[in-house]
Structure formats: C-alpha cells, structure tokens
Design a binder for this molecule. Structure first.
Ligand code: HEM
Length: 212
C-alpha cells in the first residue's frame, strides 16, 4: 500500500474515533445527537455507526495491492464484509435519517445514502459479472462515499473559517447559529468535494494513472 493510503487510513481513523467512541458505551445519554426514540432510533444509530466503521476499515484494506495480489481469497472475503456492512449500515442510516428534525440535513443524508448503496451495488454486480475494470471504478466511487463521513467532519473547521471570512468576523446568529449553519451544509460540501475528486481520479489520462 502506498504511503499516502497509510496517511489517509490513520487520519480517517483519528478523525472518526472521537465521534464513534461515545456510542460504544450503549448509553443514549452519551449520544452526540438528540435521541427521541430509545427503541428504534438509538439501536439503529449505534448499529449504523459500528457497521460503517467496519466498512471503512475493510474498504481501506481492499486497496492494499500486495494483499489483493497475494491473498485473493482474503480480498473476496473483505469485499463481502465491506459490501455487507455498507448495505446494512446504509439501510439503518435510512431509518436514522427520518429522526433528523432538519429537512435540509435529512435530504443530504438521504442523498448520500442512496449514492452509497447504489455505487456499492454496482461494484458488487460488476464483480459478479467478472468485469474487473468496472468493478474497480465502482468500488472506488463507493469508498469515496464512505469517506464522505470523514471529509464532512474534517471540513468543519474550514467551513467555520469561510463563514467568519464571509461575515467579516461578525456573528449575526451568534456562535451556535454559526455552528448550526456549518452543520447544515457540511455533508453537501463533502459529498461534492469527494465526488469531484473521485471522478477526476477515475477519468484522468492513463499515463498519469498510478495503479492502486
Ligand atoms: C456514507 C454514508 C453515510 C450516511 C448516509 C450516514 C448517515 C448518518 C445519519 C443520518 C446519522 C444521524 C445524524 C443526525 O441525525 O444528525 C449519522 C450519524 C453518525 N454516523 Fe453516519 N452515515 C454514513 C457514513 C458513516 C461512516 C462511514 C461512519 C464512520 C466511519 C459514520 C459514523 C457516524 C457517526 C459517528 C454518527 C453519530 C453522529 C455524531 O456523533 O457526529 N457514518 N450517520
């Protein structure tokens, strides 16, 4: 695996762990988001988070070239773990999205979720058809959607800075108003950013391409 992938892997784990850990206590009082249902929303949220984290780790391992070439059976097993975790976590995210009170945020989660499920299904289908070129491209797209969860959180400080610059360091809605506006938009910003990066990566001229 190239050095940049190790950096991205460590950064992603470091960014996501502080968000994931409070949910491992299985105590709704530690939830960072408001819990209005302890019987449906909270169990769905915790399961979504654990499965999404597994998908992220399995996804990273799928780009390990030596592992892919020398242990193809492990690549297939991890591929099934990745796809299974995405389908389950993505299904649970549909339920969790319905509990988000803000319409704009719900829309961004639903849109991201559909892209996550569709790109993964396309990757799985092309593997079944043994169309390896298409499989590789769809799985890269699927993983870019998985990493939207990371980019969305990593973008928050930058969006806060942009907000402050655009408002000439005045806070018309107060500090909380600024945070709310940033959190209303960070999923869209990350989704568009990851989409542009991944399409550039897949479509760039062949001689510039470095094999993963
Ligand atoms: C890419 C598709 C994903 C979708 C559509 C999605 C959707 C959601 C939704 C709807 C919520 C509830 C947030 C709210 O109501 O405000 C949520 C929360 C959460 N998700 Fe995901 N998620 C995705 C990927 C991931 C991944 C890959 C991870 C971890 C690696 C993850 C970790 C979390 C965490 C930790 C929370 C709790 C919110 C917080 O404390 O910040 N999600 N997700």
């Amino acid at each position: 695996m190239k050095k940049s992938w190790w950096v991205l892997l460590l950064l992603s784990v470091a960014i996501m762990l502080p968000f994931v850990i409070p949910y491992l206590t299985l105590n709704p009082a530690s939830s960072r988001i408001e819990v209005s249902s302890r019987t449906i929303q909270y169990p769905a949220l915790v399961s979504h988070i654990i499965l999404a984290f597994i998908a992220m780790l399995a996804g990273f391992l799928q780009f390990h070239r030596t592992l892919r070439r020398n242990k193809p059976s492990l690549h297939i097993l991890l591929g099934k773990v990745y796809a299974g975790s995405v389908f389950l976590s993505g299904g649970l995210a549909l339920i969790v999205s319905c509990y988000e009170p803000d319409f704009g945020r719900t829309l961004s989660f639903l849109f991201l979720d559909l892209l996550w499920l569709i790109t993964t299904a396309m990757g799985y289908r092309s593997a079944r058809k043994r169309d390896w070129q298409s499989h590789k491209q769809w799985m890269i797209r699927s993983f870019a959607m998985t990493l939207t969860a990371v980019s969305a959180r990593a973008l928050v400080p930058l969006l806060i800075l942009l907000y402050l610059l655009l408002h000439r360091f005045a806070l018309p809605g107060g500090r909380m108003g600024m945070i709310e506006e940033v959190l209303d938009n960070n999923i869209w910003a990350a989704l568009i950013l990851n989409f542009v990066i991944v399409e550039w990566f897949i479509r760039r001229p062949k001689r510039e391409q470095v094999s993963l």
